[in-house]
Design a protein. Structure first.
Length: 126
């Protein structure tokens, strides 16, 4: 499967799978603030450029999100990404995480056109 690296830093890697048109992110360690926003914007931008509708998030290494990051995501990244055509989101969650992850079933994602699904593991890692 052909893929291109969109962003790669100590906190997170974002790939774009060209054949399946999937944005794929993997958090390597706790990420917040500027780095958190940069990785979400990088994924959103590649999703828009390629008219993709799917995002796979491997969040196993980021069990806590700061309120500021959640608020920024809900107010900025989330609505922009949905308006761009994003529809499907598979999230591999950490074993130990907040009871309520951002954009979870209790949040506005379920009232949008995006359809989230949570998992505890992935089959393979690139």
């Amino acid at each position: 499967m052909a893929m291109m690296t969109v962003l790669d830093n100590p906190f997170v890697t974002v790939w774009y799978h060209t054949e399946t048109k999937i944005v794929h992110s993997r958090i390597h360690k706790f990420v917040s603030g500027k780095e958190f926003r940069e990785f979400l914007i990088a994924g959103k931008d590649v999703l828009i450029r390629n008219q993709a509708t799917k995002w796979l998030s491997d969040d196993r290494s980021n069990s806590v999100l700061r309120k500021e990051d959640v608020d920024w995501g809900n107010q900025n990244w989330f609505p922009q990404t949905v308006r761009a055509g994003w529809k499907y989101w598979a999230i591999v969650q950490p074993e130990k995480s907040w009871p309520s992850r951002p954009w979870s079933a209790s949040s506005r994602i379920t009232r949008s056109t995006a359809s989230p699904r949570s998992f505890s593991a992935t089959r393979s890692r690139p």
